[in-house]
Design a protein around this ligand. Structure first.
Ligand code: SF4
Length: 323
C-alpha cells in the first residue's frame, strides 16, 4: 500500500505569535489564505491522480496553528476533509502546544483527526521566551498528555540552533521529547530568514547560526537517540522550495536542499565505522549490507561515505543490498 500525504498549507493563520525565526509564508512558499472551497478542490483533484485501491492518503493541514483558528473555520476545514473519508485514511494537523485543550480535542475527535503535531522547538523555557514562542515546555507536556489520552497520534517538531540555545540544550530537548514518547518527530535546523527578528539579531552579531556540518552532526545524534527510543523521525530539514532558494529569503544558517540525506549518511557512517573498528577489514574493503532502500543513504550524499573511508582508513566501502 503506497502512502500519500497531501499537505495543505495555512500559513500563519491561527497564529497568535510572531516567533523570532518564523516566516511561514516563505517556508511554505504560499502567501495567500486558502479557503475551505479550495481545499475541497485540492483533495478532489489529488484523489483523481492516484489509484485508491493500492494507496492510502492522509490530508495534512500544515504551516500555521490550526487549532488557533476560529472554531467555525476549523470546523469548515475539517468538514471538507471528512467528506472524503473513507477515501482518505487520516487527517493530520500541526499546531502550538498552548492551542490544545479538552474542547479543541472534542472537535478534532468529532471530525476524525488522526495525528496532531506540536511545535515544541525547545524544552528550555528561557530559549522559548527569547524566541518569542509565547508558551513554556510545561504547555508541551500538558498538550502531549491530552492528545495521547484521546488516542490521537502525537508528533513533535523540534529545532536545532535556536537563538540562545546551545548543542547541549538541543540534545536535552531530544531527551525531554523522548520522555514524552511522541509517535513521531521532525527535526529542523534553524534558518535565519529575511524579515524576522532573528535576522536583526544575526545582523547585530547577537545570533550565530550553526554551520551545516555542526547542524548535521547534531541532527545525527538526535536521530540516533530517537532511534534508540523507538521514535520515528519523519523529517529532517525543510523541504526545498523555490522561495527558499531564491537567494534572498535565507539570510544565513545551515540550509542544504539534501540536509536530511546528509544526516542519514552520517548515521550510516557511524554504524559502518563501528563495524570497521570492531571487526577490521578484509583486503582493504569494508563490505556493508543495507536494505535496498537504504543503499544510497549508506553510500552517503555525493558518495561522501565512500570518500570518508578511503581518505581516513584507506579502505574501499562496498554497500550491497540485502536479499
Ligand atoms: S507558532 Fe508557528 S506559525 Fe506561529 S509564528 Fe511561531 S513558528 Fe510561526
Amino acid at each position: 500500500m503506497r502512502k500519500y500525504n497531501l499537505p495543505i498549507f495555512i500559513p500563519h493563520r491561527g497564529c497568535p505569535h510572531d516567533c523570532a525565526f518564523c516566516s511561514q509564508k516563505k517556508i511554505t512558499g504560499i502567501d495567500t489564505d486558502v479557503t475551505p472551497a479550495e481545499v475541497r478542490e485540492l483533495i478532489k483533484n489529488f484523489l483523481k491522480t492516484i489509484d485508491l485501491k493500492s494507496s492510502s492518503v492522509e490530508v495534512a493541514f500544515f504551516g500555521g496553528s490550526f487549532t488557533g483558528l476560529k472554531k467555525e473555520l476549523q470546523e469548515e476545514f475539517l468538514k471538507v476533509a471528512k467528506e472524503f473519508k473513507p477515501q482518505i485514511s487520516g487527517i493530520r494537523l500541526s499546531t502550538r502546544p498552548d492551542c490544545i485543550d479538552g474542547e479543541i480535542l472534542d472537535l478534532l475527535e468529532e471530525y476524525g483527526v488522526t495525528t496532531v503535531e506540536l511545535g515544541v522547538q525547545s524544552s528550555d523555557d528561557a530559549v522559548l521566551e527569547m524566541n518569542d514562542r509565547g508558551h513554556s515546555f510545561d504547555d508541551v507536556k500538558k498538550a502531549s498528555e491530552l492528545i495521547k489520552d484521546r488516542g490521537i497520534a502525537l508528533g513533535h517538531q523540534m529545532m536545532l540552533g535556536m537563538y540562545a540555545s546551545t548543542p547541549e540544550k538541543d540534545l536535552k530537548t531530544v531527551k525531554d521529547i523522548i520522555a514524552l514518547a511522541p509517535d513521531c518527530v521532525r527535526i529542523y535546523p534553524v534558518l535565519t530568514l529575511k524579515g524576522t527578528k532573528l535576522e536583526r539579531l544575526f545582523e547585530n552579531g547577537e545570533y550565530k547560526p550553526y554551520s551545516i556540518e555542526k547542524a548535521a552532526e547534531l541532527a545525527k545524534k538526535a536521530r540516533l537517540m530517537f532511534r534508540d527510543a523507538d521514535i520515528e523521525v519523519i523529517r529532517i530539514g525543510l523541504h526545498s522550495s523555490e522561495d527558499l532558494e531564491d537567494g534572498e529569503t535565507i539570510v544565513a544558517g545551515p540550509y542544504h536542499p539534501a540536509f536530511g540525506e546528509i544526516v542519514e549518511g552520517l548515521v550510516f557512517r557511524d554504524i559502518m565505522e563501528k563495524k570497521l573498528l570492531d571487526e577490521g577489514t578484509e583486503s582493504g574493503k569494508l563490505v556493508f549490507y543495507a536494505d535496498k532502500s537504504d543503499v544510497s543513504k549508506a553510500v552517503g550524499h555525493k558518495k561522501a561515505n565512500k570518500i570518508y573511508f578511503r581518505e581516513k582508513y584507506n579502505t574501499e566501502l562496498c554497500v550491497l543490498a540485502k536479499d
